[in-house]
Every structure is written in structure tokens, then in C-alpha cells.
Design a binder for this molecule. Structure first.
Ligand SMILES: C[S@@+](CC[C@H](N)C(=O)[O-])C[C@H]1O[C@@H](n2cnc3c(N)ncnc32)[C@H](O)[C@@H]1O
Length: 283
């Protein structure tokens, strides 16, 4: 089985350790049977995620195409040519499985208006749009104009693309603008720069951008294991370590008396948040 971090966003922390262990076992000439047991462990972790993909409904042709185009896009060239301010990677994609998860939640919620914070090439936005009625809307905030233009072209290859509006600029400004306009959303998906999550969450909750019966979905609440592991157990490069960012966000939501939440261990963790008043049943 080919090993790829692609399906794991930040990479599963167990996989990072196993790959390191595999390398040192090879370099130290550890017996073949032990090396093959390490490979078995890697295969087991990967097989679980692959199985989820294989028995879940496949993505639409448009999403499949969007994922392939994102993977093949000359991001490095765009960065070196000055069109991008930072190096973008297809690893940022939410992907087919998470897209399917979001589409399912959109359908369960009967959502009509959805807000996304962090569009990238539009995978989640399009998956959500596919579950909306014809007059439904996804408004997606994206800081990068180049990225937003790529997304526009990709989502417009689908008939559902017309339901997606893109707001280019820092999400905090776009959210303030939407709040000033008195806009309301049935569902919100936050998937942008992690250090901005608390601010985005506060703007959305404090200004009632989230409809009273609405749901907030937060991506990357595991943060590659940083939310629940100490630095010495992460096996991440020094410059990727920002342990307190998502941990701080998760604590912030946990301590917010207005809401009930559950962290679902799909991919890099997705937290589903509902207002308590709408969550608790009646007796
Ligand atoms: C993880 S990607 C989003 C993935 C996307 N939701 C998907 O389904 O594939 C995060 C995106 O947030 C954008 N972003 C980062 N900082 C931002 C900010 N301050 N305001 C708005 N967008 C931002 C990045 O440019 C990037 O495209």
C-alpha cells in the first residue's frame, strides 16, 4: 500500500512516529520480520481511512475533478512568480471524505444558507452547495485572490457553482461586513488560519451570524495531534509546532456556556457546535 500523508491533512501522529521508526529500523539493519511488522502497523492506520472512503458514496465528478486539478495545479510556480504570498499545498484540501461528511450534515440540517471561512479551491464549498436547494447560498471567505480565482473556475464547472459567492479579504473583515449587513446562516464551516479561530467564532456567535437553530463546524480540531499531545510526542518539524492554538480554541468553546459541542474524530478532527437552547430536548 502506498504511504501518503495526503489523506491525513497534518498527518496522523501515529503515522509520523511509525515512518520514523521504519526509517531507523532500515538504517540499523533490524531483522526483516520486525520491519514488516512496522509496515503492517502503517498499513492498518491507512487502511482505516481508505476503508471509510471506499464504502462512503463517491464524490461527484465535479468534486473529483476539483481535487485532481488542485493536486496538479502549479502552486510552486505561482508562488515563485509572485502570484501567491505564501506557498500553498494541496494538503490544505478538505478532500472527498470530509466533503461527503459536510454534504451529509448540510442535508440533515436542511440548510439553505451556509458560511465558510477558508475556501481554498472550493472542495467543501462545492460539496455543501451540492446539498443545498436551488436558491441556497454558500458565502465563502478567502484571503488570497489567486486562490479565490482558481476556486471560482473550478466550482463553476459544476451547475452547483452558481450557489457559491466568494468574499476575498481577511476573514475577520468579511465576517464583520456580513454581521453589519445583518446576515444569518444555518451552518458555518470554519477552516482557515487556526490562530484566527477564536476571533471568527466570537464574531459569529456575538453578532448572531449563526441563526438561532444553526450549527457551527470547525475543522482541524486535532491539529495533527497538537491538541492532545505534548511537544515531545508530536514528531513534527519545529516550525510547524503551535501547540496552544487549537487547544486554546477547543478550551474556548468548552468554556462557552451558550453551546454544546462534540469533537468527531474524522480526518484531522471536526467539532460540531450547537446552541444549548436548541440542542437539549424537552421532557
Ligand atoms: C485549509 S484551507 C481551506 C480548505 C477548504 N475549506 C477546502 O474545503 O478544501 C484554508 C484557507 O484559508 C485561507 N485563509 C488563511 N488565512 C485567512 C484569513 N485570515 N482570512 C480568510 N482566509 C484565510 C487560506 O488562503 C486557505 O485557502
Amino acid at each position: 500500500m502506498d504511504f501518503t500523508f495526503q489523506n491525513y491533512s497534518w498527518g496522523h501522529p501515529v503515522l509520523r512516529h511509525l515512518v520514523k521508526l521504519q526509517e531507523s529500523a532500515k538504517n540499523r539493519g533490524v531483522p526483516e520480520d520486525i520491519q514488516s511488522q512496522i509496515q503492517n502497523c502503517i498499513d492498518c492506520v491507512i487502511a482505516g481511512e481508505d476503508y471509510c472512503n471506499s464504502v462512503s458514496s463517491p464524490p461527484s465528478a465535479a468534486i473529483d475533478n476539483l481535487i485532481k486539478e488542485t493536486e496538479n495545479h502549479p502552486w510552486k510556480q505561482a508562488y515563485e512568480g509572485g502570484e501567491l504570498d505564501w506557498e500553498v499545498s494541496p494538503v490544505m484540501l478538505s478532500g472527498a471524505l470530509e466533503g461527503s461528511f459536510l454534504k451529509t450534515l448540510t442535508s440533515i440540517a436542511n440548510a439553505k444558507r451556509v458560511l465558510e471561512v477558508g475556501l481554498f479551491t472550493g472542495c467543501a464549498a462545492l460539496a455543501i452547495a451540492e446539498a443545498l436547494p436551488a436558491d441556497g447560498k454558500v458565502i465563502s471567505c478567502e484571503i488570497g485572490k489567486y486562490v479565490g480565482d482558481v476556486a471560482r473556475k473550478l466550482v463553476d464547472q459544476s451547475p452547483h457553482g452558481k450557489k457559491i459567492d466568494i468574499m476575498i479579504g481577511p476573514a475577520s473583515e468579511s465576517l464583520q461586513q456580513l454581521a453589519t449587513e445583518g446576515q444569518k446562516f444555518d451552518m458555518v464551516f470554519i477552516d482557515a488560519n487556526k490562530e484566527g479561530y477564536i476571533e471568527y467564532y466570537n464574531i459569529i456567535m456575538d453578532n448572531d451570524l449563526l441563526d438561532f437553530r444553526g450549527t457551527i463546524l470547525i475543522d482541524n480540531t486535532f491539529h495533527g495531534g497538537q491538541s492532545y499531545l505534548s511537544q515531545d510526542k508530536l514528531e513534527l518539524e519545529e516550525d510547524r509546532i503551535e501547540i496552544n492554538v487549537m487547544r486554546g480554541f477547543n478550551d474556548h468553546v468548552y468554556n462557552d456556556d451558550r453551546v454544546s459541542q462534540v469533537l468527531v474524530p474524522i480526518r484531522d478532527g471536526v467539532t460540531i457546535i450547537r446552541r444549548k437552547a436548541e440542542f437539549e430536548g424537552e421532557v
